[in-house]
Design a protein around this ligand. Structure first.
Ligand code: TRP
Length: 331
């Protein structure tokens, strides 16, 4: 295998948004030819918060179909549900035994999430980054495209890999983060100083990939901006900065060019224009999604074959691990 390996995943909670599209999915589509890629719907991770089983099953399927609708090529890459590849949980256990409580206690996401879920601070929430490390290390991954908020988890994965290699000899490749340059951070439409979250309680805070055009227009109209009326990227104008970033990400234009076009125009016009580029940009995604949802057999074939491939590749690492740590070889 000469292509470098990439692993990335999105947790199936809430709904995929333009932030996921700009920050992750669009980049995946660009990376998929140059690299050997694994893109997973990380359903095991979703179990760290309480889920409604029926909703979860539906959402997992919708996420996977949206990966495809965004243009991920299922022949060149692996697209699968994390729970379909049994090695993820297997390696997570082994790595749990190579991770210190102190390391996990330092994870800012754990602190944030446990503050938000006071009634369900389960052990899975605590060891979540270890499962993520397993996801990555199983495939001898070179690069992990993640948002800045996941950098700490990736650092931990590198530490765990390094420690394991130090004790047992070379077993895992130590992965590098891959942080996209532009437009990686899309903010909430309602509180633009906060990240756009796919699980926000207020649906007006995000644009879902599957939002209908009229919903997108309505959400944009309600987007929080500031009290002057200059379409300019500037300090203290989080709302407008965010809309400019979204516009630029969809059209590929420079911010200055957009500012010039809207010179002398008000926020109302600008918001409608942002809505329009989003609607047009997402149109092919929406259409392909509808089409694929009518083709369940095809989708089933894709995730089944991908999972089989992923199982075989990751099993090679798993066997190496079991041998190195001293387990008796399976018959
Ligand atoms: N924890 C990641 C997130 O919340 C999702 C994830 C799980 C992931 N496993 C991964 C991302 C492996 C990259 C690689 O965004």
């Amino acid at each position: 295998m000469d292509k470098k390996m990439i692993f990335s995943g999105i947790q199936p909670s809430g709904c995929l948004t333009v932030a996921n599209y700009i920050g992750a999915l669009k980049n995946w589509v660009k990376l998929q030819h140059e690299y050997h890629c694994c893109f997973s719907v990380v359903d095991l991770h979703a179990m760290t918060v309480r889920q409604d089983p029926k909703e979860l099953r539906k959402r997992c399927m919708e996420f996977l179909v949206q990966y495809l609708a965004c243009g991920i090529d299922p022949v060149e890459n692996m697209i699968f549900f994390q729970s379909h590849v049994t090695t993820h949980s297997e390696l997570a256990w082994i790595l749990n035994c190579s991770t210190y409580m102190g390391e996990l206690q330092r994870m800012t996401q754990f602190k944030d999430k446990s503050a938000k879920n006071e009634d369900n601070i389960n052990a899975g929430l605590f060891t979540y980054p270890v499962l993520m490390a397993a996801d990555i290390l199983l495939y001898q991954t070179d690069l992990v495209p993640v948002g800045v908020d996941q950098k700490q988890h990736l650092e931990l994965a590198r530490d765990i890999a390094g420690r394991f290699n130090g004790i047992y000899g070379d077993t895992f490749k130590v992965p590098e983060p891959y942080i996209a340059e532009v437009g990686a951070k899309i903010m909430s439409l309602q509180a633009p100083e906060k990240k756009m979250s796919k699980s926000d309680d207020n649906p007006n805070a995000y644009i879902a990939l599957l939002d209908a055009p009229d919903v997108i227009v309505r959400k944009l109209k309600r987007a929080v901006t500031d009290s002057d009326s200059l379409v300019k990227f500037a300090e203290g104008k989080d709302g407008i900065n965010n809309l400019l970033t979204i516009y630029a990400s969809f059209t590929g234009e420079k911010i200055e060019a957009i500012e010039a076009r809207f010179d002398g125009k008000g926020y109302g016009d600008f918001k409608l224009a942002v809505a329009e580029v989003i609607v047009e940009g997402l149109r092919p995604v929406r259409e392909k999604y509808e089409d694929l949802m009518q083709n369940k057999d095809y989708v089933h074939k894709i995730y089944t074959e991908s999972a089989q491939k992923a199982q075989a590749i990751s099993m090679r690492t798993m066997k190496k691990v079991y041998k190195k740590i001293g387990f008796v070889e399976r018959g």
